[in-house]
Ligand binder design. Structure first.
Ligand SMILES: Cc1ncc(COP(=O)(O)O)c(C=O)c1O
Length: 370
């Protein structure tokens, strides 16, 4: 008898590989947790904003009750910040939830979804999870090739995922190019513009994607509180789209997908401009330091607009895992990206200055003895 529970397209899914937790590395390598540096999951090295901690402590007394299913106050705060009505906003358990819900809301089994090679792993998972067909468009210089993505649209394409900046490569598409792309996408094809890292963009690279949502009824912009806002563990993300798409998303969303503490903390973080500015400044400073070290070591890296950098640590396909293991032994956790088809590379999240130094020292030591 064969064990074949579930649809074949679900059995074919390779599970998402998350960054290794500090406790696991400590156990595995016999290290003290306090000396381990984790630069593996694009988290905010500053941790949670104090304002969000205070808001959570206050909300804790409400935990005997279910959360506000419609998250009235958080949606009101988002509505004010982004200048869209509340019924254009969908909340998610992280923006990961928004990406999954969008795939289920817009696409039927057997239809196709387009995304770029080396783009965020969840696009492939969401596509496979519903038995849709993936059209993976080859990257150019590790980034999206929007013209090729347009040319890849077929009669059964219902969704295109675009990440800007992209993870794991950090590549950025200029606003004018995205706008020209949106102009050409047929109106029966939804576009999810995943802007998980948008708050890190310098002023000169910013563009107004919310204004595009007003113009394009097939556009869903997805954002998260996990990165620059510092709330990765609470799981809050949101999507902004016109009511026709938003209504579909809300039909599929679990009613209580954002918990009470997360709602309270997100409102506080949204209003904490000082924390956001500090996060972006720290990130820019760390980026300069890491890339300067890569240049000194003669390592190729992909210029990044996220809170991480993709760096090539060798020319053979075992290099990423080999260097990663050596870094783990020294208590530095980064992310090997062989599962993205990038076995010679590592993705390193930009940390606090001392964390960046620990990573650089461990990398120098590893490469010197390789
Ligand atoms: C491009 C991109 N989109 C979405 C996410 C999902 O993040 P979250 O579910 O924490 O909002 C990530 C997380 O790393 C990401 O890199």
């Amino acid at each position: 008898m064969t064990t074949s529970f579930g649809p074949s397209y679900v059995r074919a899914i390779a599970p998402y590989i998350a960054g290794k937790p500090i406790s696991e590395v400590a156990r595995e390598f016999g290290l003290d947790e306090a000396n381990i540096v984790k630069l593996a999951s694009n988290e905010n090295p500053l941790g949670m904003p104090e304002s969000a901690k205070r808001a959570m402590a206050q909300a804790a007394s409400e935990l005997g009750r279910y959360p506000d299913a419609n998250a009235f106050e958080l949606k009101a705060a988002l509505s004010e910040r982004y200048g869209v009505p509340s019924d254009w906003i969908t909340l998610g358990n992280g923006s990961n939830d928004i990406l999954e819900i969008a795939a289920h809301a817009f696409v039927e089994k057997g239809q196709s979804i387009i995304y770029a090679q080396y783009s965020f792993a969840v696009y492939a998972l969401a596509t496979q999870g519903l038995g849709a067909r993936a059209i993976v468009v080859p990257a150019v210089k590790y980034g999206h090739d929007l013209d090729a993505m347009l040319a890849a649209i077929t009669g059964d394409t219902r969704l295109i995922f675009v990440a800007n900046p992209n993870n794991p490569t950090g590549t950025f598409i200029e606003g004018s190019k995205l706008e020209a792309f949106l102009d050409k996408v047929p109106r029966n094809v939804a576009v999810v513009l995943d802007e998980a890292y948008t708050e890190y963009l310098p002023a000169e690279k910013r563009y107004d994607s919310i204004e595009w949502v007003r113009r394009y009824p097939n556009l869903l912009v997805s954002r998260t509180f996990s990165k620059a806002f510092g709330l990765a563990g609470l799981r809050v993300g949101f999507g902004i789209a016109q009511p026709e798409l938003t209504d579909l998303l809300n039909r599929l969303r679990q009613p209580f997908n954002v918990n009470t503490l997360a709602q309270a903390a997100a409102i506080a973080a949204l209003n904490d401009k000082a924390f956001l500015e500090k996060s972006a400044a720290l990130n820019a400073q760390g980026y300069r330091r890491l890339t300067e070290a890569f240049e000194k070591l003669g390592l190729e890296y992909v210029p990044s607009d996220g809170n991480f950098v993709l760096v090539r640590v060798g020319n053979d396909d075992a290099a990423g895992n080999r260097v990663n293991t050596e870094l783990l032994k020294q208590g530095v956790i980064v992310r090997p990206v062989g599962n993205y088809g990038l076995p010679q590379w590592l993705r390193v999240t930009i940390g606090l200055p001392e964390e960046n130094e620990a990573f650089i020292a461990a990398l120098e030591k590893t490469l010197a003895t390789a």
